[in-house]
Design a protein around this ligand. Structure first.
Ligand code: PLP
Length: 455
């Protein structure tokens, strides 16, 4: 029975969602080797707490919070019920020139946990949209203040800011850029801060590399500050293989931005909502940007939603025109969607009730010891950690970079019932914050077994 069958029962939808599909051709999968995947699919049917269940009936330990988004664990009843109730009460309401109460309530709640001063919230549907929104706000901010010549954007090598045209332009991952033409003009990049020579197997923030922040001064000299609108940085990057900021680096970037009137954007799509021990990495690192982009953990991954946090300085700059004039010509049909707002409110309550943002501090030491115990396993050339984030870098096979990482990822799933991420030859971990020490032991026992088997 197909979903379009007018007589389909609710049970039949559920059955289709939990059994391996007969046909797999039509779904063009994102960031996936489609032909390879469809020969050996990895299909998830249900989830609860720390575990997924696959369509072949196995319990898979979630070492990655889905895709860095399920911070409170799976199928939390409060979140499920909030979404169900909201869908039955108000399924959709426009937020262009009208609205509904929930995004107002949610924005106030979010402002309450954001770094001081970042108390205005623009809603999107994803991290990519949050990034494009923040870049546009930065450009428009300078324009409304009479500095419209500030159009240059600065990102970083190895940066990942989603897949919109703005995000790939400021991003620094070659495969995400090279197929898609010239992208945005006037973008430049700082060097990345990954340094295996000096920082390999370091625990926590790297000791070496603060001087790389001076790259920003170099670009200011090259382009002149008066042409530069904003710098965008992930406080900790995930997609490029977990790149950590050297001690003092973010603070120095902030100082240089301040000196030259350049806005600083932190892309906290993965670090937001507790992953590093506070609501945002900005707070954990004591560096306040002008804009923060978020998504993922905002709704625990249950409904797509993103949010951009803007400082009062930025927001208020838009509020000086005629009262009847639209201040920002930007928005999405689903900005502040009722289901997403309901999911986000229930998610924030779950985080608060269970003190989940503290977990990355409380368990951080145990996590750090457990991941660094993998040192010495075959092909392990670096281990990185911060909060409840971890990365194990494997030596690339000279003839096939990325293949070792993929093999570990795939074998962990099929042979060890463990879900990890691979980005190139880096195995990345970002478990739900509800995990305990036993889960940590299980994650690293299974990962160690997989790494040994892969050697
Ligand atoms: N920015 C960062 C730092 C991310 O890690 C991601 C996704 O992983 C994004 C943006 C894009 O988010 P989305 O996939 O929701 O568009």
């Amino acid at each position: 029975m197909s979903v379009s069958d007018p007589h389909a029962s609710l049970e039949s939808y559920a059955a289709q969602a939990t059994a391996a599909p007969e046909q797999t051709d039509a779904f063009w999968m994102p960031f996936t080797a489609n032909r390879q995947f469809k020969k050996t699919p990895r299909l998830l049917a249900s989830a609860e707490g720390m575990y997924y269940r696959s369509t072949d009936g196995r319990e898979i330990l979630d070492g990655t919070g889905g895709l860095w988004c399920v911070n409170a664990g799976h199928a939390r009843p409060r979140i499920v019920q909030a979404i169900q109730q909201q869908a039955a009460t108000l399924d959709f309401a426009p937020t262009f020139q009208m609205g509904h109460p929930l995004p107002f309530v949610l924005a106030e709640r979010l402002a309450g946990i954001a770094p001081a001063g970042l108390d205005h919230v623009f809603f999107t549907n994803s991290g990519s949209e949050s990034v494009d929104t923040a870049l546009k706000i930065a450009l428009a901010y300078h324009r409304v203040r009479g500095e419209g010549q500030r159009t240059r954007l600065i990102g970083r090598e190895k940066g990942y800011h989603g897949v919109g045209f703005g995000g790939i332009a400021v991003g620094g991952m070659v495969n995400n850029r090279k197929f898609f033409g010239p992208m945005l003009p006037g973008v430049d990049h700082l060097r990345h801060t990954l340094d295996l020579q000096r920082n390999a197997f370091n625990r926590g923030l790297p000791k070496h590399g603060v001087e790389l922040a001076e790259d920003l001064e170099r670009l200011v000299q090259l382009h002149d500050a008066s042409t530069i609108a904003a710098v965008i940085i992930e406080p900790i990057s995930g997609s490029a293989g977990v790149v950590l900021p050297p001690e003092g680096y973010l603070k120095r970037i902030r100082e240089i931005c301040d000196k030259h009137g350049i806005l600083l954007i932190f892309d906290e799509v993965i670090t937001g909502f507790g992953r590093v021990g506070q609501a945002f990495a900005a707070q954990r690192f004591g560096v306040t940007p002008d804009l923060i982009t978020t998504a993922k953990g905002l709704t625990n991954g249950a409904v797509p939603m993103g949010a951009v946090f803007a400082s009062g300085k930025i927001h208020d700059a838009f509020m000086h025109g005629p009262e009847g004039a639209i201040e920002l010509f930007h928005g999405y049909t689903y900005s502040g969607h009722p289901l997403a707002c309901a999911a986000a409110l229930a998610t924030l309550d779950t985080y608060a009730e269970e003190n989940l943002f503290q977990k990355a501090i409380e368990l951080g030491g145990y996590w750090e010891d457990a991941i660094h115990a993998l040192k010495g396993l075959p092909n392990v050339i670096d281990i990185r950690n911060f909060g409840l984030i971890g990365a194990v870098e494997l030596a690339a096979r000279p003839d096939a970079p990325g293949s070792r990482g993929y093999e570990v990822f795939s074998r962990a799933f099929h042979e060890q019932n463990l879900m990890v991420r691979c980005t190139g030859d880096v195995i990345a971990l970002s478990p739900p914050l509800i995990l305990n020490r036993e889960h940590i032991d299980r994650i690293f026992d299974r990962l160690a077994a997989t790494i040994r088997a892969t050697a």
